[in-house]
Design a protein around this ligand. Structure first.
Ligand SMILES: [Fe+2]
Ligand SMILES: [Fe+2]
Length: 283
């Protein structure tokens, strides 16, 4: 069995955000940057620009007229949303370009990433979370450790997959049964190496155990992504190679003051939103 440290070393083999993506992330987080600067950063990569524009025009954002230039997309949708679109294009390409086993159905894993991103943003809206765009990127990346695990050890991935699907178990239960280092820790190390902000590192680490970060300034984000992930796993079992009944954290529900009535309202709105996210599924 590989130790977690040895596994983490092999993460280097995964594609990491290139210069263009890193530049986009840094410009988008700079409060003094202009829309043109962000547009210029994205335009360094022609294929990325056209994909970002395609997503900006998707049904998910429901902009009534066609956006044809990036700076306009940034003005209408905001810096953080456009950064999320660029990050989506990068995550999609790293998922589909990395080696791994057929145990993972990459299309369904990608659907899970998108649905948890959409779900987190939707739940944030309902709860009145101030920066809902931050939730999208956290939701999108929460299970990135599964991609890493698949690249590091396709054999382990196949073992997990046979347990979860045949025995109706969650991914987490299979990891514990097989004593495999959790995808949460592997993923957290990965996004840390990518230089992504703490909030993303904590969400990736704590999305199955939000109680880990109750004292953190990021507690709400971790809890929201946790709830969105549980709901996505219940509504679309198997997408992330997880079956069975996921554990919903009471600490997360208490922290968010999320009552059953609100949870039901969330699920209804989530169903509507995922139908509009089709363009994210095929890039
Ligand atoms: Fe997970
Ligand atoms: Fe997940």
């Amino acid at each position: 069995m590989l130790s977690i440290d040895k596994m983490i070393d092999r993460i280097e083999e995964l594609p990491s955000p290139d210069f263009v993506v890193q530049k986009i992330i840094s410009v988008a987080s700079d409060p003094h940057a202009s829309a043109q600067e962000l547009a210029d950063a994205i335009m360094m990569d022609a294929s990325l620009s056209s994909k970002v524009l395609k997503l900006a025009n998707s049904a998910y954002y429901g902009i009534p007229r066609r956006i044809s230039v990036l700076s306009e997309a940034i003005m209408i949708l905001g810096f953080k949303t456009v950064r999320n679109l660029a990050m989506s294009v990068f995550t999609y390409s790293s998922l589909f370009s990395s080696n791994g086993t057929e145990a993972i159905n990459r299309k369904s894993l990608w659907r899970h990433f998108v649905y948890v991103a959409v779900g987190s943003e939707t739940l944030g809206e309902i709860l009145g979370y101030p920066v809902k765009e931050e939730l999208f990127i956290n939701g999108l990346l929460h299970d990135i450790g599964k991609v890493a695990l698949d690249v590091i050890s396709p054999r382990m991935m196949r073992a997990i997959s046979s347990i979860t699907s045949a025995k109706n178990r969650t991914f987490l239960e299979a990891e514990k049964l097989l004593e495999i280092p959790p995808h949460t820790s592997i993923g957290a190390k990965l996004v840390e190496r990518w230089g992504l902000p703490d909030v993303i590192v904590q969400t990736v680490e704590g999305h199955h155990s939000p109680e880990m970060f109750l004292d953190s300034i990021n507690a709400e984000v971790v809890a929201i992504v946790h709830v969105a992930d549980v709901v996505a796993n219940m509504m679309f079992p198997g997408d992330s190679l997880s079956y069975g009944k996921p554990n919903l954290s009471h600490d997360a529900l208490n922290l968010l003051v999320l009552r059953p009535k609100t949870l039901i309202r969330f699920m209804d709105r989530f169903k509507v939103k995922v139908k509009k996210a089709d363009e994210f599924l095929e890039m």
